[in-house]
Write a protein that binds this ligand. Sequence first.
Ligand SMILES: [Zn+2]
Ligand SMILES: [Zn+2]
Length: 123
Amino acid sequence: MGIKLLRDVQKSDLEIACSVCNKPALKLTLIRGGLIVHGENFAYAVHLPKSKKLLIQARNGDYLPLEEAIKTARREGLEGYCNTCKKFYCNEHAPVNKEFEEGWGYDYSFMTCPLGHTKIIDD
Ligand SMILES: [Zn+2]
Ligand SMILES: [Zn+2]
């Protein structure tokens, strides 16, 4: 992929808090040409044009551009983010379930927000 880390990935550039309990729901770290997304269940690096702008928008509470960009890059959107509530939730408040298909193994993962909205976050 050729992604070069600009700095220690332990230090995240943005922590988005759970809208219920204020615990960290998702951490984002800027890297050259993209972002590292650290969720409680999944962590990955993603190539993303204009990642700094997306991070600034997310810091201001405008999560939709980031969600859309992540979805375009890897098909599934952000872990912890409910598209219906337009809010972030931690793993406790939006638990993730992994689905397995008989004979095939792991199929996909989905989260369920406190209001019952579901969203596939990995497939
Ligand atoms: Zn929470
Ligand atoms: Zn919801």
